[in-house]
Ligand binder design. Structure first.
Ligand SMILES: CCCCCCCC/C=C\CCCCCCCC(=O)SCCNC(=O)CCNC(=O)[C@H](O)C(C)(C)COP(=O)(O)O
Ligand SMILES: Nc1ncnc2c1ncn2[C@@H]1O[C@H](COP(=O)(O)O)[C@@H](OP(=O)(O)O)[C@H]1O
Length: 323
């Protein structure tokens, strides 16, 4: 027997639905990331293909030919998408700014306010990306975490190739230089010197960047295309129909096409990021290294998009997408 309680929506569910409508995904939506990492790690633990890949990496010396295309570091998506991932993220974000109603068809003051706040959010996530993976007043945060946890650059070819010192003073200097190089090296510099980045906690830069980029684009796209921005859009369309001139409807048509294609592009970048995250979860790193990459990215997303919902002073500065 159907009861009225089965058809009424609870206040919590109602709040959650209206949050989605206004372009603000609830915090539980972020669960998609730990679930993805969990599924990937489980698959790598139980799949015979992933198992044999790990065994050959551990037992055979030298480079191993990967069994799966996505287990190759030189796979086309890794080289042209992830390795230049922030450029794709920036391009996708800029396309939102130039095409979505929230930024193009609202009253001038509102448009300026929304655009500046969106740029500020971009600045926050970009700074987080730079500090974590590229430069933190020297080596990036993930490189510093690696060396602080006991990691170092081993088997550096430039040191092995250097002539053996003849005097004890030269030996002392060479030893000092070796130690300095071992401690100040970044992962990139270590690999460039054909060394092995070994021994420490190697936070996954891929997990960090892919989670940060996809969550950033998803929340920005939901906000920019939310219901709250739509009444203006519908109003603008109606006005254009009323004017009924060929020129105006042609312009509106082009606008609409850019709007749709920009959203497709943004969701495409976000989805490909999610797919590469799954591939990283299956083929690379230990689960703890993936977890630490995830935690840093989720903290940045929380500070940029969830904290402003409760902290008014922060919301005043950074805003909320689509509002
Ligand atoms: C009113 C406010 C105005 C704000 C204006 C914004 C201010 C932002 C602050 C500074 C600006 C910096 C410039 C931003 C550059 C944007 C363009 C680019 O992104 S070009 C760089 C392309 N490179 C990448 O995308 C590299 C991505 N790859 C990585 O980060 C790493 O390879 C990895 C972390 C994915 C993996 O590491 P690996 O060691 O395994 O390779
Ligand atoms: N999804 C993926 N596809 C291909 N290679 C990946 C990958 N995820 C991680 N890697 C590779 O695994 C290594 C560690 O990545 P990270 O620490 O950024 O997570 C990097 O190797 P290289 O630095 O030799 O290219 C990176 O390219």
């Amino acid at each position: 027997m159907a009861t009225s309680s089965s058809t009424t929506i609870s206040p919590r569910r109602h709040e959650s639905v209206s949050r989605w409508r206004s372009g603000q995904p609830p915090a539980f939506a972020l669960l998609v990331y730990p679930i993805t990492l969990l599924v990937g790690s489980l698959y790598s633990a139980i799949s015979p293909t992933a198992q044999s890949q790990q065994q050959s990496t551990a037992t055979r010396p030298g480079p191993v030919v990967p069994i799966n295309y996505f287990a190759r570091k030189d796979n086309i998506f890794n080289i042209y998408f992830v390795k230049v991932g922030w450029a794709w993220t920036t391009l996708a974000f800029v396309s939102l700014l130039f095409t979505q109603q929230a930024y193009t068809h609202s009253p001038v003051e509102l448009r300026a306010k929304r655009s500046i706040k969106a740029l500020l959010r971009y600045a926050v996530v970009t700074c987080a990306w730079i500090l974590t993976t590229q430069w933190f007043f020297g080596p990036a945060i993930i490189d510093r975490m690696f060396t602080l946890s006991g990691g170092r650059c081993e088997n550096i070819s430039i040191l092995a190739d250097s002539p053996s010192p003849s005097s004890s003073a030269a030996a002392g200097t060479a030893h000092k230089v070796t130690e300095e190089i071992k401690t100040i090296f970044t992962a990139v510099a270590c690999k460039a010197a054909a060394g092995h980045w070994k021994g420490g906690h190697d936070v996954s830069g891929h997990v960090f960047m892919l989670v940060l980029a996809s969550a950033f684009l998803a929340v920005e796209a939901l906000g920019a295309s939310s219901e709250e921005c739509k009444p203006l859009a519908d109003g603008a369309k109606e006005k254009q129909h009323n004017i009924n001139t060929m020129d105006h409807s042609a312009v509106a048509d082009i606008d609409d096409r850019f709007k749709v294609w920009s959203l497709r592009f943004v969701w495409g970048v976000a989805l490909l990021s999610w797919w590469m995250l799954l591939m990283t979860a299956i083929w690379f790193h230990t689960w703890l290294e993936k977890l630490s990459g995830l935690l840093i990215a989720i903290s940045v997303i929380y500070i940029t998009y969830y904290l402003p919902r409760t902290l008014t002073s922060w919301r005043y500065v950074i805003g909320i997408p689509g509002i």
